[in-house]
Design a protein around this ligand. Structure first.
Ligand SMILES: Cc1cc2nc3c(=O)[nH]c(=O)nc-3n(C[C@H](O)[C@H](O)[C@H](O)COP(=O)(O)OP(=O)(O)OC[C@H]3O[C@@H](n4cnc5c(N)ncnc54)[C@H](O)[C@@H]3O)c2cc1C
Ligand code: SF4
Length: 287
């Protein structure tokens, strides 16, 4: 709104809604109210102990002051940091459908290498959302047609020919909470950025890994950030890992299986080896 990107006629303050609690679910998981602040969630003892990937992702985002204000719902629904989207004097299919995408031939160093379209090559900037996708988290939503649940993995869309739609939410729908299933796997988040703090990711990896008695991969979950219009669940890499050896070579091969689909632009091909190395390093930390 400050930049003139959005000019809503009406603003609704949802701060007074009772969405500020983190509670244990009967199955051992967690329900996180949509109004819970990022700093509060990162510091929650159950999150720190059982979902370190989420705590680490939250603490890797923004600054202390911003995390004190940012909410679970708002962080999920933040919009792209593509410079043309944020400059209301420039054309941008996401801001003004049909006006064009100057990023494709312009400044796209930090834009998408996976799942982009001719209409838009933007990335989703959230760190928290990448961890939530790896954790199989589910958004609870209420709206004019009642309540529904949406796995975070499918909450955000790929751009296709409708890049103005970031998510599958319908007008009038409100996220009330995010549910986390119980997690029995060690987990971690790694973020690469242009400076050591207070910077958006140029690439990130959320990983969960469990080995069996023989030291082979029993279960693995991976999601990538800053590489696509949505947090990217790396299903092909997970498939390649399962049952295999927990070696750096196997981790790199799994990353390659996912990144075979990458279509880098002129200036962002560096993201492919960056993610590849982040995958291997993060999984090595967990084995
Ligand atoms: C300088 C800067 C650096 C940042 N760096 C990072 C970073 O490195 N990593 C990172 O992950 N984030 C980063 N952020 C994002 C930040 O952490 C906030 O989450 C983000 O700015 C959104 O603010 P908010 O959470 O207050 O949401 P708001 O601004 O209140 O909301 C964002 C959008 O979501 C909608 N919304 C909010 N809650 C709901 C709900 N419950 N249901 C439906 N719609 C809802 C709002 O209507 C609005 O459209 C950065 C932000 C800034 C300004
Ligand atoms: S990449 Fe997407 S957000 Fe950026 S200019 Fe192109 S259409 Fe707009």
């Amino acid at each position: 709104m400050k930049l003139g990107v959005a000019a809503p006629e009406t603003l609704v303050d949802i701060n007074h809604l009772p969405l500020h609690d983190v509670v244990r679910r009967p199955d051992g998981g967690l329900r996180i109210g949509a109004g819970v602040r990022n700093s509060e969630l990162a510091a929650h003892p159950v999150v720190r102990r059982h979902y370190p990937v989420l705590s680490q992702a939250l603490l890797a985002g923004a600054s202390g002051q911003l995390r004190n204000m940012a909410t679970t719902g708002g962080n999920l629904l933040q919009r792209t940091r593509c410079r043309y989207f944020m400059d209301a004097t420039k054309p941008c299919n996401k801001r003004v459908p049909g006006s064009g995408c100057p990023a494709r031939d312009g400044d796209h160093r930090n834009l998408a290498v996976l799942g982009a379209s001719d209409a838009c090559v933007a990335t989703h900037p959230s760190d928290m959302a990448v961890a939530l996708v790896a954790l199989d988290a589910v958004a609870r939503v209420t709206g004019p047609d009642g309540e529904r649940t949406i796995p975070i993995e499918v909450l955000h869309r790929l751009p296709g020919d409708q890049p103005h739609r970031d998510t599958v939410l319908e007008p009038g729908e409100l996220i009330t909470a995010v549910d986390l299933p119980p997690l029995g796997l060690p987990s971690a988040y790694r973020k690469a950025r242009d400076r050591a703090s207070y910077a958006f990711a140029v690439g990130s990896v959320a990983a969960c890994l469990r080995l069996d008695d023989q030291g082979r991969v029993d279960d693995a979950r991976l999601a990538f950030g800053a590489v696509a219009h949505k947090p990217w669940r790396a299903r092909a890499a997970e498939e390649a890992l399962r049952g295999g050896p927990a070696t750096r070579e196997a981790f790199l091969a799994a990353a390659d299986a996912e990144l075979a689909a990458a279509e880098p632009l002129r200036d962002n091909a560096f993201k492919v080896p960056l993610i590849r190395n982040l995958v291997a390093t993060t999984l090595e930390e967990l084995r």
